[in-house]
Design a protein around this ligand. Structure first.
Ligand code: G1P
Length: 296
């Protein structure tokens, strides 16, 4: 029997060096995507999928994260006095979303190490891991089918997406076999960030995982891998190839994903999400049109 899945772990201890100097004194997770910090989209996605207990793995410089998901009495009463209910809601909403917890990673020893820091909080329960650089369009759902597959097979499930072959060195890449259940596959092997010529496929791990707690014991034994960091991909590979706790399944996501981890992709994410907004979309589209003609 599977235990209820209510816990989400969000690693947020990265240094954000790709966005310096913006991230000198502010965590990269707080960078706005249109008008919400990137991390809020991720917490909202967790909550929409029933994961109301959120543990963030943070580091130094991350106080803004805790403040964002807390109340701000002086700002709230100022907005109340003004009678500005709309703005008041945007301020109170993040604090009301989930039951937030924080633990610091300490030494930055990789994603696998960050996830291992969740062991005390998660205990003997299955849990989800959501990486903040990957935003999933709220009209598409990746965690829902992953949670269903986890319940059905009592195994860990990771999200995969087809990517252009020349980008394999940005991702964990999977070797899979069909299980005859639509977009669900069985993971046979995984490799972290292979060069395109060494990549076994173009199926990349995107930052959503539903994991059985057995991963902790494996992570604890996982030696540093790519980049001399403890890789979550390596621990999952061990679970898959040794069929630990039911092995690992992959769910091939075919919806809209926005990458905010890279400068160009971050700008694209903002433009795409702004184009979908009633208040900004039409005017932005007009402007983009004029701008692209002007530059020809
Ligand atoms: C991490 C994982 C990688 C995965 C990627 C998804 O890499 O190690 O396997 O494909 O997230 O975004 P990072 O982007 O943190 O270097």
């Amino acid at each position: 029997m599977t235990t209820r899945l209510t816990k989400a772990v969000i690693p947020a201890a990265g240094l954000g060096t790709r966005f310096l100097p913006a991230t000198k004194a502010m965590p990269k997770e707080m960078l706005p995507v249109v008008d919400k910090p990137a991390i809020q989209y991720v917490v909202e996605e967790a909550v929409q999928n029933g994961l109301t207990d959120v543990l963030m793995i943070t580091g130094r410089n991350k106080n803004a994260l805790e403040n964002h998901f807390d109340s701000v009495p002086e700002l709230e009463s100022a907005l109340e006095l003004k009678g500005d209910q709309t703005k008041l809601l945007t301020v109170t909403q993040p604090a009301d979303l989930a039951d937030m917890h924080y633990v610091r990673q300490g030494a930055p020893r990789g994603l696998g190490h960050a996830v291992l820091r969740a062991q005390m909080h998660v205990g003997d329960n299955p849990f989800a891991v959501l990486l903040g650089d990957d935003l999933i369009d709220e009209r598409d759902n990746v965690l829902g089918p992953m949670i269903a597959a986890h319940k059905k097979h009592d195994a860990s499930v990771i999200a995969l997406m087809e990517i252009p072959k020349d980008l394999t060195d940005h991702y964990g890449i999977a070797t899979v076999e069909s299980v005859g259940e639509g977009d669900l596959v069985r993971i046979l092997d995984l490799v972290e960030k292979p060069a395109p010529e060494d990549a076994p496929s173009n199926l990349a791990i995107i930052g959503r995982y539903v994991l059985k707690p057995d991963i902790f014991e494996v992570l604890d034994q996982t030696l540093p891998g790519k980049g001399n960091e403890i890789q979550l991909t390596d621990a999952l590979r061990h679970m898959a190839t040794n069929n630990i706790a039911g092995g690992v399944y992959g769910y091939i996501f075919r919806g809209r994903r926005y990458d905010t981890g890279d400068k160009l992709d971050y700008i694209k994410a903002i433009v795409r999400l702004a184009l979908q907004r009633e208040d900004l979309g039409p005017l932005l589209e007009q402007w983009l049109d004029v701008e692209s003609h002007r530059r020809k």
